[in-house]
Design a protein around this ligand. Structure first.
Ligand SMILES: *Cc1c(COP(=O)(O)O)cnc(C)c1O
Length: 396
């Protein structure tokens, strides 16, 4: 019998030829600043677990308490029988944290973005989107069937030009959404939110920011980019994730009560996919308390970020436009970036390489991510391995 899926194998052979075929490395034990992947103990610079909350004793205890008391699963989607007290309590906590009227928890940051954009916009509307926005935003835009205008990354003139182009749509009474990542996940730069908000308002556009990499990282106690820039009340839709600095899994939308009520009726992941189990909600509730009570963890993250970034740059590496704990090391060629990453792994440092289609062709890189839990010895050992390997490969 002919294999109807043979074409997939051919695609994979192409990747193998280009040395871009990857097996995800397998983790033994916890995802910490040092961790065991593929049986080797490494300094872990590939995790989004910025604050180490995934292994904070209070978080583990909260998850266990939730499971023992309330069971392993929620049993239904939110709108049928799966809204537990924990979901409501977590949402109240998030709304208070974000200074918004209300919040709604999704299964992931991905579903929060995709489910919200596709619910709020329709085919007569226009979405104005930064070219480096996350895949979940792009999928949400596509699902909404609205027209999509992409502007060059962080280019405010480009944003304005795209908005100029929406005049007929606005005059016909349809909606325009301006959407941006708060912190860009591949470059680590921060969106120019004050300008974006100002320009969007001139055109009467809705504003939405995806703070997946800013939640728990930027702003007072990790409140995100809106707080970082003092823009409370000026961004219509804020998305965050519970999967990165918060250390568990999930996503949320924060905004007005009207927005949240609408999403409960029209957000497809809320209507058609089961809600989080109690272990997740209880651990996330605990995480927001920890952000309030132990802000020194975030300080440690930023201390490490400054230390590591300064030394990488002093060694002569190109770290691009990063302003956050995400620090790329630009390489250019995809296969070379993979080789760099593999050599580092053999030398006890786990730094992931990113190549097309995750980043544009010719812009392959390593993406280093420090965490609050890295010691100076960890960072120095990582820097030594990166320097040695970078020299061997002719990158510096
Ligand atoms: C990681 C990420 C998401 C997805 O979040 P998950 O909770 O992992 O689904 C969305 N947007 C951006 C910018 C991200 O980096």
């Amino acid at each position: 019998m002919a294999d109807a899926l043979a074409y997939l194998g051919k695609e994979l052979d192409n990747l193998r030829e280009q040395k871009l075929f990857r097996h995800p490395r397998v983790l033994t034990g916890m995802n910490g600043p040092r961790a065991v992947y593929d049986g080797r103990e490494v300094i872990n610079m590939s995790s989004n677990n910025y604050l180490g909350l995934n292994q904070h004793p209070r978080m583990i205890e909260a998850a266990l308490r939730g499971t023992r008391k309330l069971g392993a699963g929620s049993g239904a989607v939110r709108t049928i029988a799966g809204t537990m007290e924990g979901h409501v309590e977590l949402e109240k906590k998030i709304a208070k944290f974000k200074h918004t009227e209300a919040a709604l928890v999704f299964q992931s940051g991905f579903t929060a973005n995709a489910g919200t954009v596709s619910a709020v916009l329709n085919k007569d509307d226009v979405i104005v989107s930064d070219e480096l926005n996350h895949a979940s935003i792009i999928d949400g835009c596509r699902l909404s069937r609205a027209a999509i205008k992409v502007f060059p990354h962080a280019d405010m003139e480009g944003l304005r030009a795209a908005l100029e182009d929406t005049k007929s749509v606005r005059e016909a009474g349809h909606n325009v959404l301006v959407i941006t990542d708060g912190v860009f996940s591949m470059d680590g730069d921060i969106a120019r939110l004050p300008e974006i908000v100002k320009i969007a308002k001139e055109y009467g556009a809705i504003t939405m920011v995806d703070d997946a990499h800013a939640s728990g990282v930027l702003g007072r106690n990790g409140r995100g980019t809106v707080d970082h820039f003092g823009l409370h009340g000026q961004v219509d839709i804020q998305v965050g994730t519970l999967s990165k600095a918060i250390g568990v899994v999930g996503g949320y939308v924060a905004g007005t009560q009207v927005l949240i009520d609408y999403l409960i009726h029209r957000g497809r992941p809320i209507l058609f996919s089961t809600s989080h189990p109690p272990a997740v909600t209880e651990a996330c509730i605990e995480a927001f308390d920890i952000l309030q009570e132990e802000p020194e963890i975030i300080e440690r993250l930023w201390d490490n970020t400054r230390y590591f970034k300064e030394r990488l740059t002093a060694l002569g590496f190109d770290t691009g436009i990063s302003e956050t704990p995400i620090t790329p090391v630009m390489v250019g060629d995809g296969a070379l970036a993979m080789e760099f990453s593999d050599k580092l792994f053999e030398r006890g440092v786990f730094v992931v390489a990113l190549a097309f289609p995750t980043v544009p062709r010719g812009k392959a890189r390593l993406r280093t991510m420090v965490s609050a839990g890295h010691t100076r010895e960890d960072l120095d050992a990582a820097l030594a391995a990166i320097e040695r390997t970078g020299r061997e490969l002719g990158i510096i």
